[in-house]
Design a binder for this molecule. Structure first.
Ligand code: BJ8
Length: 427
């Protein structure tokens, strides 16, 4: 983390953070980032922006968000890619993803949640209970959603610690479910209008749709470059770019990602890569990976593979689909938002053939040698859906390695051994 971290101590104290624990967290994340990222060779120069973002992730970015609040804006915390950030942005809010990628304060969490709860849920509860996440503390409102049962029930407890609004997400995708979801979008608008004091209009919403689409288009460009052989950017760096998309200022982020995409396109023209052309090309699919969860990518790339794509919420599920920009009425734009978001294929839906189709289409497009299916332990939706993914991939002739893990490093030896054997097998 940044040497200037001390400058932010007053701000962190004002937010109610546990300063001692927070110092430990920043130290640990800095160490993990250094080990996983700074040892990489031939990184695109544009990635220095993300080094800076990470070094200031609890500093400058929080300062910017606090300034935004001081100017009358609101901070809206989210945990899921189904929450429409266009609406938050149109109403003058800043959407931020909340901390959920590391083990923290599990002792306290396990007093109120079963031990066999997935790491992502234990983590977001732990960051709140341990008072180490400035995003959650700065947020005026947190948005939860009725996705998996674990999240749904954990939000009831989270809501006792922080103002939380729950969106009801249907679990199927029939026409009636779309009607429910469209109504839910209207209720979300009403809630945010109340919280922000602003009115949603066709003008502010069309601008926000365009800005967020531009952000997703920039990520599409960056990720399209990963089809090349040799691959011009590591999987770790590409994952980081999507992880930061949940926190950063939208226009600035879009500009920086487009710069990296320019650089990657130039690298492709020169035939320059970050791994040998014959390195096994691996795609990762499954549960989301929040900062600082870089474990699986780091393991694959340390073992000599290269990750070329992520069918994750911190991957293609975030950037692959855009909101239609052709509507010229507020109702039409909200219909398009409802449609785009319900088209995301999370394993919380049943049935969920769209995800299987997405995984196979992406794997073929990226010419992968293998798929690593990643599920957080005790994440029933992804652990169970792994069977269908493996079946479809096997039928398509693509080898699959199924990994069920958590945020700890306890299984890293076993994981490395399995990944090495898999890479050996697919090449
Ligand atoms: S759209 S994946 S961000 S719900 S890992 S908490 S599913 S038990 S996070 Fe998710 Fe939205 Fe779906 Fe994406 Fe439950 Fe599984 Fe834990 Fe999960």
């Amino acid at each position: 983390m940044s040497d200037t971290a001390t400058d932010y101590r007053q701000m962190w104290a004002d937010l109610g953070l546990n300063l001692e624990a927070h110092d430990m967290l920043l130290g640990a994340v800095g160490q993990m980032y250094g080990a996983a990222y700074m040892s990489q060779k031939d990184r695109p120069e544009g990635m220095s922006y993300f080094d800076f973002v990470i070094s200031e992730i609890h500093g400058l970015r929080i300062k910017e968000l606090r300034d935004h609040q001081a100017a009358g804006g609101k901070i809206i915390g989210t945990f899921c890619v189904y929450v429409p950030e266009e609406i938050i942005r149109a109403l003058g809010g800043q959407a931020v993803g909340l901390c959920a990628g590391a083990e923290w304060a599990y002792d306290e969490v396990e007093q109120i949640l079963p031990r066999n709860t997935c790491a992502l849920i234990k983590s977001f509860m732990g960051f709140k209970m341990g008072q180490v996440c400035p995003y959650v503390e700065a947020a005026d409102l947190v948005i939860g959603e009725t996705t998996c049962d674990g999240k749904k029930k954990a939000y009831e407890l989270f809501g006792e610690m922080k103002p939380t609004y729950i969106m009801e997400l249907p679990q199927m995708k029939r026409p009636d479910d779309m009607v429910l979801w469209r109504g839910e979008i209207d209720r979300f608008v009403a809630k945010l209008e109340e919280v922000t004091g602003h009115k949603l209009t066709a003008e502010n919403l069309s601008l926000a749709i365009k800005e967020v689409n531009d952000k997703r288009r920039a990520l599409q460009r960056l990720n399209a470059a990963r089809k090349a052989s040799p691959v011009p950017i590591s999987g770790k760096d590409a994952l980081l770019a999507v992880q930061v998309a949940f926190y950063d200022d939208v226009p600035r982020y879009t500009e920086m990602v487009n710069k990296i995409a320019d650089e990657l396109e130039a690298r492709i023209a020169e035939g320059k890569g970050v791994a040998p052309a014959d390195a096994p090309r691996i795609m990762v699919t499954g549960s989301p990976m929040s900062i600082p969860n870089w474990k699986v990518h780091d393991t694959i790339e340390t073992a000599g593979g290269i990750v070329v794509g992520e069918e994750l919420c911190t991957g293609s599920r975030y950037y692959a689909k855009l909101v239609d920009e052709s509507a010229d009425t507020l109702e039409g734009m909200l219909d398009d938002i409802a449609e785009k978001y319900l088209d995301i294929n999370c394993a919380c839906f049943t049935p969920n053939p769209g995800r299987i189709e997405d995984v196979i289409a992406m794997a073929k497009d990226l010419k992968v040698d293998g798929i690593l299916h990643y599920a957080l332990q005790f994440c029933a939706p992804y652990t169970i859906e792994a069977y269908s993914v493996e079946k479809a991939a096997t039928e398509a002739g693509i080898p699959v390695l199924r990994v069920d893990t958590d945020y700890s490093m306890e299984d890293i030896g076993q994981l490395s051994t399995r990944v090495e054997a898999f890479l050996e097998m697919v090449k």
